[in-house]
Design a protein around this ligand. Structure first.
Ligand code: NIG
Ligand code: FE
Length: 446
């Protein structure tokens, strides 16, 4: 028996109908009224909607109802499983000390330039054993699943040398095979310039970021290492699907990011980018130029960058704007990506946690939805599309996940509330009651 029939829902937010942009961003394609059902067979959705129609479809395929396990949604809303399209899942250590420095006024990039921030996590991660990294990953994944996440992207980027970057990708691959959360591995060797490159003779080691001329901070030498050594090794390893770069003033310039992403595309990797998180750095423009599938952060994108993303969307080659409002919020700057402008400009918007120990220690997409509604003015329906179908598209998985449609993977959440508006409304609540991955119940909250 491989069937699961979920009945008794208040409604089904199917998100059917493809990538959302412009006015369609807020169309959750909700089916409600009367008896409803979702039938899953062999891990995929067979039918969803009015219970009578679903029964007829089962009958027409010769599938007897008693071949299905019947599950009562008890008046809860059903949505697609949530898709977290930007996480730094694997790391060792925590950074609450740096967070407290920031609360008292220290800048995020100042902390990094002084060898802290990302680099302190790099030191802890290099020193951690595989078992420690796996244990941390499993603990975090369990909480993500309990919050409704059924697929997550996971970046390397706390190794910054060939050995540790490969090790992180290997461990992401392992955790993905363990499941139940499906993981999409991304290589982020260009997350920061590691200490051993900054300390090279001639490098302006602890100089404040953006103070020295390009090329005096070890970044050019490190970019060459990423392109010449890390990328080929990552492609030989065959686990990463995407390459990402932290394109930001004082980290990697647009030119350096272009060098890395072009090399990655040439080797067959998909492209995504940390773009314009803190200052306009040409990241959005670069995402459009290179055909990145996702441009992330964008809290400080330039007018020209927004226009470039709008043109790419209009031309049918969109870079999804994957916004990370929990990061903006946790950085305490009171400044958020202009989500409404993106939507008005026809740019598809996704939301993700940016889970990482420095700027976004959260495992909850519903919390991210709440922040997006309050701080960026998204409607709950826009936010739901942003963590389901649009997030799926930003991972190149729009045909497999992100909506409840016949033939797509049966990844579902039954919520402890009857409407989609209540998901972000109950701030910080744990509302994902039952989580289903490929037609199997994988998490249940009492
Ligand atoms: O997306 N901005 C760069 N990377 C992460 C932060 C990583 C860290 O601080 O450890 C981000 O915010
Ligand atoms: Fe990030």
């Amino acid at each position: 028996m491989t069937g699961l029939l979920v009945e008794g829902a208040s409604g089904i937010a199917t998100l059917a109908g493809g990538l959302r942009r412009g006015g369609a961003q807020g169309d959750a394609a909700v089916v409600s009224g009367g008896a409803l059902a979702v039938a899953c067979w062999g891990g995929v959705v067979l039918a969803a909607g009015a219970a009578d129609d679903v029964s007829r479809q089962l009958a027409s395929r010769g599938l007897p109802i008693n071949a299905f396990r019947r599950f009562d949604a008890r008046g809860g809303l059903i949505t697609p499983g949530l898709v977290d399209a930007h996480t730094h899942l694997l790391f060792a250590g925590t950074r609450e000390g740096e967070w407290q420095l920031r609360v008292r006024g220290a800048g995020y990039l100042e902390v990094l330039a002084a060898g802290g921030g990302i680099l302190s996590t790099v030191a802890a991660t290099r020193a951690a054993s595989d078992a420690e990294l796996l244990a941390g990953g499993r603990t975090r994944l369990a909480q993500m699943l309990a919050n409704g996440t059924t697929t997550a992207e996971a970046k390397s980027g706390y190794g910054l040398d060939v050995t540790t970057e490969l090790r992180l990708l290997e461990l992401v691959g392992r955790l993905g095979r363990e499941g139940p959360i499906e993981l999409v591995p991304t290589f982020l060797g260009a997350h920061a310039v590691p200490a051993e490159f900054r300390d090279r003779p001639g490098a302006a080691a602890a100089a404040p970021v953006a103070a020295g001329p390009a090329g005096t901070d070890g970044s050019d030498a490190y970019v060459a290492q990423v392109v010449d050594e890390q990328l080929p090794a990552v492609v030989r390893q065959g686990i990463a699907r995407f390459c990402d770069v932290f394109c930001e003033q004082g980290v990697f310039s647009a030119d350096q990011s272009r060098r890395i992403l072009r090399a990655a595309a040439g080797l067959g990797l998909g492209l995504r980018i940390h773009a314009d998180e803190l200052a306009p750095s040409g990241g959005a423009e670069l995402a459009a130029e290179l055909g990145c599938v996702s441009a992330d952060h964008l809290a400080a994108a330039s007018e020209e960058g927004v226009a470039a993303l709008a043109r790419a969307a209009e031309a049918g080659t969109p870079a999804v704007a994957t916004l990370l409002p929990a990061t903006s919020w946790f950085l305490g700057k009171g400044h958020f990506a202009p989500a409404r402008r993106f939507i008005d400009a026809g740019i598809p918007v996704a939301l993700a946690t940016d889970l990482n120990p420095g700027t976004s220690p959260t495992l909850s997409l519903p919390l991210v939805m709440s922040i997006a509604c309050v701080e960026m003015g998204l409607t709950p329906a826009e936010a739901l599309a942003a963590v389901t179908i649009n997030a799926a598209h930003s991972l190149g998985l729009g045909a497999q996940i992100g909506s409840i449609e016949p033939g797509k993977q049966a990844d579902l959440v039954v919520w402890n509330v009857p409407t989609l508006e209540q998901i972000p409304y109950w701030l910080g609540a744990h509302l994902a009651r039952t989580v289903i991955k490929r037609g199997v119940i994988v998490s249940e909250r009492g």
